[in-house]
Design a protein around this ligand. Structure first.
Ligand code: XUL
Ligand code: CO
Length: 437
């Protein structure tokens, strides 16, 4: 086992809820069977390379605070290799089955795309080697189309065709690399695909071009034999004022409008959901009922703030709601739960990388067990079923079967003197959930 950057941290084991050991799981017991399969197969946890290894704690008001020896190496390629060792050590010690990365997380840019691709290739062959020894797979890869100044006006939605070409070529390479490493998915997050003002924006050509880029990507995936799932990650704002991939609803209509809905699914993130004015559960539910739930970026935002704080999930109620949706969806695979979450700048010691992931993994493990108990008990699902029972017989069934029209419905209701409604019993249902915790 790698033991270079975190010498004080052992391999994290399950010790149970009574354990006082901070470096142990209290609830995440990877091989424990829940709802017919091991916990680890429900949860499919993934470490987010950019957050766990690269984020340095800097914010718009101050410098980085994180103690990260691998980030102080000055030679860019040497640093990239050290980062990689830190990642594999963390992933192995956490027993995390997956990791995710952006192309630019793992290797530095050169002067041209050709040089950049060369750097990328060198690191990718190194990753391949590690993946033979460390039992970890790639959940998804993606291209960083937002950091470099060339993307100031966007990438696929840039007003400049040279930038569009660069974005296309970069995605092409990132897909090849993801494919080479056996990635289970490939993600598009439209980091600068949006606008700050409509004064200089041709919304029509920007949206059409975005769809063109995604069509090219889907075609290329087929061409190279990449069988992984293609995903789009919604976010309503930040960095631009209005991001085109606003939320699940927007993405659904975009994909359908441009004939892309059979090639893409959705990667839903908690913090992005709440920035859009939705709950995480709402976004997951909307994706699920449309058969578009692909994967989750498992983090949590601060409900008191209006930006993307990317915190580790410790909100048990929300984890229960998430796992309730995931169980009803029949699982996330080939997607998973990627910890797109970073440490607060006050939590700067290297060991905090482990404590934060343990906290979130335990939260979701508990969420899974509670959600499984709620579903097994059946009271909640039965309540919903009975609430809509009217649509399974009589006039309700005729509505559902498409056998009713305005005239028929008018005839049915026009002389009915009393319409009976029943209580929705929200408060009782909320207390029901509490009983299972
Ligand atoms: C940004 C975000 C990204 C994507 C991948 O808010 O969530 O890290 O998950 O590009
Ligand atoms: Co994300």
């Amino acid at each position: 086992m790698l033991n270079e950057f975190f010498p004080n941290v052992p391999k994290i084991q399950y010790e149970g809820p009574e354990s006082d050991n901070p470096f142990a799981f209290k609830f995440y017991d990877p091989d424990k069977a829940v709802a017919g399969k091991p916990m680890k197969d429900h949860l499919r946890f993934s470490l987010a390379y950019w957050q766990a290894i690269l984020s340095d704690g800097a914010d718009p008001f101050g410098a980085g605070t994180m103690q990260r020896p691998w980030l102080s190496i000055t030679d860019p390629m040497e640093q990239a290799k050290a980062r990689m060792r830190a990642m594999f050590e963390a992933v192995e010690k956490l027993g995390m089955p997956f990791f995710c990365f952006h192309d630019r997380d793992i290797a530095p840019e050169g002067d041209t795309l050709r040089e950049t691709n060369r750097n990328l290739d060198e690191i990718v062959s190194l990753i391949k080697e590690y993946m033979q020894h460390v039992n970890v797979k790639l959940l998804w890869g993606t291209a960083c189309l937002f950091k470099h100044p060339r993307f100031a006006h966007g990438a696929g939605t840039s007003c400049n065709p040279d930038v569009f070409a660069y974005a296309a070529a970069e995605v092409k390479k990132a897909m090849e690399v993801t494919h080479e490493l056996g990635g289970a998915n490939y993600v598009f997050w439209g980091g600068r695909e949006g606008y700050d003002t409509l004064l200089h924006t041709d919304m029509k050509i920007e949206l059409d071009n975005m769809a063109r880029l995604l069509h090219m990507a889907a075609d290329y995936a087929k061409e190279i034999g990449f069988k992984g799932q293609l995903l789009i990650e919604p976010k309503p704002k930040e960095p631009t004022v209005h991001q085109y991939d606003y939320d699940v609803g927007n993405i659904l209509s975009f994909l359908r409008g441009y004939g892309l809905d059979d090639r893409f699914k959705i990667n839903v993130e908690q913090n992005h959901a709440i920035l859009a004015g939705h709950s995480f559960q709402h976004e997951i539910r909307l994706a699920r009922i449309n058969n578009m739930l692909g994967s989750l970026d498992a983090n949590q935002g601060d409900y008191l703030l209006g930006w993307d704080t990317d915190q580790f999930t410790t909100n048990l109620y929300e984890a229960i709601a998430v796992m309730y949706e995931v169980l009803h969806a029949g699982g996330l695979a080939p997607g998973g739960m990627n910890f797109d979450a970073k440490l607060r700048r006050q939590s700067f010691e290297p060991d905090d990388i482990f404590l934060s992931h343990i906290a979130a993994m335990d939260t979701y493990a508990r969420g899974l067990e509670v959600a499984d108990r709620i579903i097994n008990d059946g009271t909640l699902d039965r309540f919903v079923e009975e609430r809509y029972a009217g649509y399974r017989s009589g006039i309700g069934k005729e509505i559902v079967d498409g056998k009713a029209d305005f005239k028929k419905l008018e005839d049915y209701i026009i002389d009915k003197a009393d319409i009976q409604n029943r209580s929705g019993r929200r408060e009782w249902l909320e207390s029901l959930i509490n009983r299972f915790i």
